[in-house]
Structure formats: C-alpha cells, structure tokens
Design a binder for this molecule. Structure first.
Ligand SMILES: [Zn+2]
Ligand SMILES: [Zn+2]
Length: 166
C-alpha cells in the first residue's frame, strides 16, 4: 500500500487525531481516462472530512471539477464547474483508508449526460449547419416542423391493449 499517496491515510493517524479535514487539488491527468475525451477534465478539487466513530471512521467528501464539454445542441465548447458529495464508512479493521476509488468514481460521474451552452441555445440549422445563436440563415423552417410532426406522431401512437402475448 502506498502511504505517500495523498488519497491514502493511515487509519491510526486519523483515529489518534480524533478526525481530519483535508482539501486537495488533484492532478487532472490522473483522472483523464475516466472521460470519453482525455482533455475533458481541467481541474479537480476534493474536500474530505473524516469523523471518528466507535468502531469505524466516516468520510464525508465533496469533489469539484472543471469540465470542458460541447453543447449538445450547437456543439460549441462549454467549460463549467460541477460538484458532488460522496461518503464512505471505513471499519476499524483497516490499516489504511484508501479513498482513491471513491474519489475516482465521484469524479468520473461528474460529467452530465448532456449540457447546453445556455437554456435558450438555438442549436444548428439542420439544413445548412450554421450556428443559429450567431447567424440566421434563409433555410425554411419546414425541416424543423416536419421533424416536430414526426415526434408528435410517435407520442400519439395508440397503444394496442387488445394484443396480448400468451
Ligand atoms: Zn449551444
Ligand atoms: Zn440553414
């Protein structure tokens, strides 16, 4: 066990001190592989508070990361900060408290499924591809409205309750 890793703590040290709070800035490169694109993660900060209990140590932590993503509608880069809390209980039987995995999992899950550059992002024209936040094009709106009609059709599609598989 590497006890010089900043995310690994000696159990007895924490118990002897009666708890511990640490704030760490972690190298983004160490977590790059947790993202689809290795340059997504720009910055990671972690704050962890260990509280000593009767026969265990409770960890309550918070991970904050700056992520560089692409807007799901227009494709322009969006750099934003995300954060999430995590907690873990470590039993007395351990010699070391290794927080590497819980930190990694938390950081890896910080990226949202999709992000918009702004709530009002107009996206790209489906016909000519211009970024409609920056330019207006002369393409007809037909493309959009027929797409919408298709979506409505799907939603309105009646269920067929009479047909049951035996
Ligand atoms: Zn956008
Ligand atoms: Zn267009």
């Amino acid at each position: 066990m590497e006890d010089n890793n900043p995310l690994v703590f000696k159990y007895d040290d924490i118990r002897d001190r009666g708890g511990l709070t640490v704030t760490l800035s972690l190298p983004a490169a160490d977590y790059a592989d947790a993202f689809e694109r290795p340059d997504t993660l720009k910055k990671v900060d972690v704050e962890m508070t260990f509280s000593v209990g009767g026969d265990s140590v409770l960890l309550e932590g918070r991970a904050a990361a700056v992520l560089a993503l692409d807007c799901a509608r227009c494709g322009e880069p969006v750099t934003r900060s995300f954060e999430d809390a995590f907690d873990e209980v470590y039993p007395d039987s351990l010699e070391y408290i290794d927080t590497r995995e819980v930190v990694r999992e938390t950081v890896a899950l910080l990226a949202p499924i999709k992000i918009l550059c702004s709530d009002g992002c107009k996206g790209r024209c489906l016909v000519c591809g211009v970024n409609r936040n920056l330019q207006t094009c002369n393409c007809k709106a037909e493309y959009n409205s027929s797409f919408q009609a298709l979506k409505d059709l799907k939603v309105d599609k009646p269920e067929n309750p009479g047909k049951k598989k035996l």
